[in-house]
Write a protein that binds this ligand. Structure first.
Ligand code: 3K0
Ligand code: ZN
Length: 707
């Protein structure tokens, strides 16, 4: 049965509206949502105060079904609003109306009803199905299919205007009598996130949501505003979402027109939350991905959020919460999150951590220029590694190995199974950012942390290595130089730390280590020089922090760290000691060690396509880290010079664009896992495990690990 739009006000709809207002005034009234399975809500990531509940699915269709099942665990929805899964602008206005009518929102493909959605409709057995939009959005045969699978008494009808704005106006006209709404919300049909964020606020105030275009007020919307005669209008969205001209045009109809907005969709959602739902105990977080459809998971969440009097905030597809979302959470400190769609574990940990106080807003640090904003700055890095610790508490422990010259923490993570227990498992050290402008190294270190944690449950090789090794990652040894390099919103090609000496700033930390310091022309005694070695070995607090950390891993006279890589940029090289001399096998290196270095470097180079060579082959370096680590402790220590190969352009060489980061960090996965594997007995790689490692736990390599 298919009918034209009808204008009906059922007694049930009026009653629910009244109940909604009652709940708002009285506060504390349990919203009409059943309790979740306690197992789902059990303290997320060990939080005693904050829980998360995920209503996920592989796509927006499945997410909508999951939300519907959460809202109506026993079926029996009075009404279902059906939105086009590929084009849901026509359904945006249905959010607050579905909430008002205690209904659900489901998605359908435009041309036919999928089996899963059909099953959910049958389970809900609604008295009414409202199909949002014209036949170009949802074809007539979908209405026929819906009518076929539901009871004959079901009203299946279409609500449609000539476009999304017209559909919103038609829905408003159907749902609200003349002057029935004192407040109206307006958002842009082209900014679905704003319209979705407006949904719970509109539901809270019993308001319709109308749509406009970014730069024009459609006649249908204007006419509906005239008909409704509201006291005030809230325009949700910034001036690029709804232009000032459109706002002014609305103001001519409704003088009290107020914009609620932020710099972007995240901030607008935060502004809506702060203004209309500031004391919510629950927040609904919906994922935002690139492209408008990424917001789709939020629309079916509107009735759920409204039932909890909760705002909807957006989270990104990447791994760090946008500042406006973070700030909205810190302001509200909700005790419960409902997550619509898929959200990574580290993002979920940030939702929880910022709410229960285990994460705090980092002090402002210089940020990357907008074109490279995907790179993690110092504050984002700290948030991410601490969130990873919250997400994987048995695998990750985050700590500082000391302070930089200017007093910043030099953050590190220990990764091992049962991380709180100090075992004698072979150790591996990975560090990054000796040189302040070699940003890709930090991303590589973060990539390794993500690989070892997110892969632990799913990847047998990662699982085996984390179970049998202790991996230490120092993410940024030179935070002061890093901050300086990013200062003022542009890159400064700054390499050294920021310790003043002789009237100039900065020592090259990778020339400040204590073996053969300043011996051989591989550094400069001039404080102005890019490779100034400092006034004495260990004059930099950063090199001392690294030194003292490595010394702290000596147990019963034996250094536990067996292999090491320091991450630099650039050249696509794998370098091994010594740097101070061109001699391949000087008297301070054992022949077997040399063989191990060569074999390991060549194996890793085979895996990542880099070139393996002795450090001094690039140029002589003295007082560098790998020479000291090998000489002092016999650690098989390497320098990775990351992407790209030498191009001869300083910008392209040192500052590869963010677009290459995912590929160029993933490229080193195998080599880094091999380095971790080899720590079990480095001499095994030259077939001398029996001679050097008898009694040591030589872990069998996983298939594929040896390249
Ligand atoms: O081990 C090494 O040879 C280090 C090479 C490193 C350096 O400290 O000079 N190259 S970089 O400065 O271009 N990253
Ligand atoms: Zn470097």
């Amino acid at each position: 049965m298919m009918m034209r739009p009808r204008f009906r006000f059922g007694a049930r709809a009026r009653l629910l509206t009244a109940l909604g207002v009652f709940a708002l005034i009285c506060g504390g009234v349990e919203p009409p949502v059943v309790r979740a399975d306690p197992a789902q809500l059990a303290g997320a990531f060990g939080s005693s105060t904050v829980t998360t509940e995920r209503l996920g699915g592989t796509d927006q269709y499945a997410v909508a079904v999951a939300i519907s099942q959460r809202l109506f665990p026993h079926g029996g929805a009075p009404v279902v609003y059906l939105a086009g899964g590929q084009n849901y602008a026509d359904a945006l206005a249905a959010g607050p109306i579905a909430a008002r009518e205690d209904g659900a929102i489901l998605y359908t493909a435009g041309s036919s009803l999928t089996a899963a959605v059909g099953r959910e409709l049958v389970r809900l057995a609604p008295a009414r199905v409202e199909v949002m939009g014209g036949a170009s959005v949802i074809a007539d045969n979908v209405l026929d299919q819906v009518a076929t699978i539901l009871a004959p008494t079901t009203v299946v009808e279409r609500v449609a205007g000539s476009d999304a704005c017209g559909t919103a106006a038609a829905l408003s006209a159907r749902s609200f009598g003349r002057s029935a709404a004192s407040t109206v919300f307006v958002a842009s049909a082209q900014s679905p996130a704003d319209a979705i964020a407006a949904g719970p606020a509109a539901a809270q105030l019993g308001s319709p949501l109308l749509l406009v275009n970014a730069t024009s007020l459609p006649a249908t919307t204007a006419a509906e505003l005239v008909r409704l005669e509201p006291d005030r209008v809230f325009v949700v969205g910034n001036a690029s979402a709804v232009s000032d001209e459109v706002l002014n045009a609305i103001e001519l109809i409704v003088p009290e027109t107020v914009r609620v907005s932020g710099a972007d969709a995240y901030a607008t959602a935060g502004a809506v939350a702060a203004r209309f739902l500031p004391r919510a105990a629950t927040e609904v977080a919906a994922e935002v991905m690139a492209g408008a459809l990424g917001y789709a998971d939020g629309l079916p969440a509107v009735p759920l959020a409204a039932a909890r009097q909760a705002p909807i905030l957006f989270v990104p597809a990447n791994d760090v919460l946008p500042n406006p979302t973070r700030d909205a959470i810190v302001a509200a400190r909700p005790s419960r999150f409902v997550i619509a769609g898929s959200v990574s574990e580290v993002v979920r940990a940030q939702l929880v951590g910022f709410s229960d106080g285990r994460l705090t807003v980092p002090a402002p640090t210089p940020a990357y220029p907008a074109y490279d904003s995907g790179y993690h700055d110092y504050g984002e890095m700290v948030t991410l590694i601490k969130a990873t610790e919250i997400a994987y508490p048995t695998l990750v422990h985050v700590f500082s190995i000391g302070k930089s010259y200017e007093g910043r923490d030099i953050w590190a993570a220990k990764i091992s199974e049962n991380v709180s227990i100090d075992t004698d498992e072979p150790g591996v050290l990975v560090d990054a950012l000796h040189h302040a402008d070699e940003h890709l190294g930090v991303e590589q270190a973060l990539y390794l942390l993500a690989t070892l944690t997110s892969g632990y449950a799913t990847d047998p090789t990662v699982h085996q290595l984390v179970d049998s090794r202790v991996i230490w990652i120092v993410f940024a040894l030179n935070p002061d130089g890093w901050a300086y390099d990013l200062s003022g919103g542009q890159y400064h090609y700054w390499r050294k730390n920021r310790q003043p000496y002789g009237g100039y700033y900065g020592t090259d930390i990778n020339r400040n280590y204590g073996y053969r310091w300043a011996c051989c022309g591989g550094s400069s005694s001039r404080p102005l020089a890019y490779n100034f070695h400092g006034p004495s070995a260990w004059s930099t607090p950063e090199a001392r922090a690294l030194r003292d950390f490595v010394a702290s891993r000596v147990v019963n006279g034996v250094e536990q760290i067996k292999t090491h890589v320091t991450l630099h940029v650039n050249g696509e090289l794998i370098l091994y000691p010594y740097g101070y001399t061109k001699t391949a096998l000087p008297s301070d290196m054992k022949a077997d060690d040399y063989a191990v270095f060569v074999k390991m470097a060549q194996t890793m180079a085979h895996m990542n396509g880099y070139t393996a060579e002795q450090s001094s082959h690039l140029y002589i370096t003295d007082g560098d880290e790998i020479d000291w680590l090998y000489h002092q402790y016999g650690i098989f220590s390497f320098t990775f010079e990351l992407y790209p190969k030498e191009l001869g352009s300083l910008t392209a060489d040192v500052y590869p664009p963010y677009s290459v980061v995912a590929t160029q960090t993933a490229r080193n996965r195998g080599a880094l896992l091999y380095l971790i594997y080899a720590a079990g007995c480095p001499y095994a790689v030259i077939g001398k495990a029996a001679q050097y490692c008898s009694g040591s736990p030589v872990v069998t390599p996983s298939s594929g690990l040896l390249g």
